[in-house]
Design a protein around this ligand. Sequence first.
Ligand code: HEM
Ligand code: HEM
Length: 178
Amino acid sequence: MSVPRYTRPAMALHWLQAALVLALLGIGYWMGTLPKGPDFSTAVALHKSLGLCGLVLIALRLAWRAGHRPPATPDSLPRWQQIAAEHTHRLLYALLVLAPVCGYLSASFTKYPMKFFGVVLPKPWEPDDSLNAVFNLAHKSVVILLTAMVALHIGAALFHALRRDGILSRMLPGKRQS
Ligand code: HEM
Ligand code: HEM
């Protein structure tokens, strides 16, 4: 079955962001298991730097997406799956904005410098423990929801791959249909 596909820039942005977000979730949960010390500090520094890349990437992706409509969802899919996909994608986009924004705000209210791969960035405000706590909780809550939505999204992609209904191929370069 042939279905309309995403363009190459859309695929490139999708897979770059997928890899980055999976790495950020992995490093984020892993650093929570480390005792305070040099390894923890290195992991947090890497997480924050990659997280800032995530912030830039979602801004680029949304700007690109605003001018480029995605391919129509195939009519061959049951209506409930079309609606579920549309809402899941919207929620994913919202969480992909909220996760790095809350992470950045939380880190920017601490007393530690904001570094991007070692380069010190200016911090817009003074340290504030209560605001750090608010955005820290927000960041942790958002990433739990993001983890659940990513799991659902990957599960749905696998479901379509097993059915070989052409949905996974929409996001894959080349001519394969799966
Ligand atoms: C193994 C991992 C993944 C696979 C196999 C996968 C597969 C896909 C496929 C096939 C589509 C197109 C769905 C359609 O045609 O309706 C899609 C869309 C999308 N994916 Fe993924 N994905 C993966 C990981 C991720 C991750 C980690 C994220 C972000 C956290 C993500 C975010 C999105 C978004 C936002 C869309 C909607 C694109 C749009 O229409 O604007 N995906 N994905
Ligand atoms: C898409 C982007 C991001 C994702 C998916 C993400 C994911 C995560 C995850 C999974 C955790 C562990 C949560 C837990 O232990 O319950 C975490 C913690 C953390 N993140 Fe992020 N993060 C992102 C962006 C950022 C950014 C941009 C910053 C700061 C510049 C940041 C700073 C932090 C900090 C400081 C923690 C440790 C919180 C603590 O243990 O008190 N994150 N993040």
